[in-house]
Design a binder for this molecule. Sequence first.
Ligand SMILES: [Zn+2]
Length: 207
Amino acid sequence: MDELIAQVNDGEPTHHSRVSTGWIEVIAGSMFSGKSEELIRRLRRAKIARQKVQVFKPEVDSRFSNDHIVSHSEMRHESANSRSAAEVLAKVDADTEVVGIDEGQFFDNELVSVANELARRGVRVIIAGLDQDYTGKPWEPMPQLLAIAEYITKTHAICMKCGQAANYTQRTFESEERVAVGGEGMYEARCRNCFVPHADAPTVDTE
Ligand SMILES: [Zn+2]
């Protein structure tokens, strides 16, 4: 048995910088479901544990800040912009232990192989993103990432029409664009019953 282990280890580099194996965590849900907040919470805990953390977001998402990821509840964490998944891989330092990625749905499909490669190197990869677009279709590469992840967290918002757990993002303005960054009141969290896969009138507070 020892001989077998020795043979297996022969093919591996002798200068291991880490002992633990990596893995992939995905945090997926609709808008306003607290994805970024949960991502930031995990990153903060990793930093408390004195782990080296790097965070990336796609360049398209510059709504709030260019060098931070920011949750709707104003939690923030410094981050670097990336134009592609390949750029993320190129920017990860050799001694980084945790990689956080926000708005995963805005990245190209290469994010799947990049996440696998980082995990193979021993990195803990945490990716947050919208799992469906405004029509309710799965939003690549999130479905693929959910398939390869060791750990999945589905976050839920509260339906603005009826108060049930919400799994959909309702667009309340007319646009055929899949990516249309809207401000306050242009998107609503909706449950399965209240969601319609096209623009719908914003919920009005009747009280
Ligand atoms: Zn509802």
